[in-house]
Design a protein around this ligand. Structure first.
Ligand code: GLV
Length: 322
């Protein structure tokens, strides 16, 4: 059997699960950096399975380089905008992702960004670390109250959006949402009101994005959408960077069209727009929303189990549909 290629080492648990399959395994030798494109094309050649991350572009070129033995691309992420699913399916190659196992971790991080931006936690931390002379004061770092009836707008109420809604309900927030689960029973239990995007943008104190990146959602939040938000509002993005027009976001923040942003993802990762790094009202994270220990282990194990299933001639557990 030809090898399983991994573009990065996974958790010890996931690696042990993979090794127990008794297949030849080739793992990229740098745990901290993805392979160069040339290296990826070379090392994938002849593989029966590729376990990829969002740092790899899986396209015609890579699939051709892998060759005719390739049966599965197991993307170790819930998002699969880095994979040309059509190109894989045209070759009869299965594509899988890792849905379900990272909902809570991602929602925790999204809500962490909501709290950090609304209550200016990172800015206040920087203030103290700078050795600033301070004394308690009634106006010191005042921010947005979340529990006093603030409105959270969830763009894309899927599994992760629903997990965010659960947290917002516990905080006593009013919740608006777009997306396929917004009309469901669980959403109703959290008091979610299903609305169209324009109303969500106009009425929300915090807008949080949880839709996948597709041709339809690229720059879903652009200059007009930002201008439609309240000047006191905050934008949180733990989904994919290109859902937001990042230059338009910088302009909107500079003009005071919105008050702040909490960002785990960027339009051109790993580059972060330098202006965002200068703004106290912006909290930035290096794409870590799913980085819980158990979550990352579950993602890796699910990717491995998809490989196991497909190479054994069984249906994959979490296939990406065409
Ligand atoms: C992470 O961004 C993922 O899509 O799992």
């Amino acid at each position: 059997m030809s090898h399983v290629y991994l573009s990065r080492e996974l958790t010890p648990g996931a690696m042990a699960a993979l090794r127990s399959l008794d297949l030849p395994v080739v793992v990229h030798d740098d745990p901290d950096r993805p392979p160069s494109r040339d290296r990826l094309l070379r090392d994938a050649a002849g593989a029966s399975a590729l376990i990829t991350l969002l740092t790899e572009r899986v396209d015609d070129e890579l699939l051709d380089a892998a060759g005719p033995d390739l049966r599965i691309v197991a993307n170790c992420a819930v998002g699969y905008d880095n994979v040309s699913v059509a190109a894989a399916h045209a070759r009869g190659i299965v594509v899988t992702n890792t849905p379900g196992v990272l909902d809570e971790a991602t929602a925790d991080c999204a809500f962490g960004l909501v709290l950090a931006t609304a209550r200016r936690l990172v800015e206040a931390d920087r203030f103290l670390r700078a050795g600033t002379d301070w004394i308690w004061g009634p106006q010191l770092f005042v921010g947005l109250d979340l529990s006093a009836g603030a409105t959270l707008g969830i763009v894309g109420l899927g599994r992760i959006g629903l997990a965010v809604a659960r947290r917002a309900a516990a905080f006593g927030m009013r919740i608006l949402a777009t997306g396929r689960r917004a009309a469901g029973a669980e959403a109703a239990a959290y008091g979610v009101e299903q609305v169209e995007l324009p109303r969500l943008l106009a009425e929300s104190d915090v807008v949080t994005l949880h839709c996948p990146l597709t041709p339809d959602t690229r720059h879903l939040i652009g200059p007009d959408e930002l201008a439609a938000m309240k000047p006191t509002a905050i934008l949180v993005n733990t989904a994919r960077g290109p859902i937001v027009d990042e230059s338009a976001l910088v302009d909107a923040l500079r003009r005071g069209e919105i008050a702040g942003a909490g960002l785990d993802v960027f339009e051109d990762e790993p580059r972060v727009h330098p202006a965002l790094l200068e703004m106290d009202s912006v909290v930035v994270l290096p794409h870590i929303a799913s980085a819980g220990r158990a979550t990352r282990d579950a993602m890796g194990r699910l990717a491995v189990d998809n490989v196991r299933a497909v190479l054994a001639g069984e249906p994959p557990r979490t296939p990406v549909q065409a």
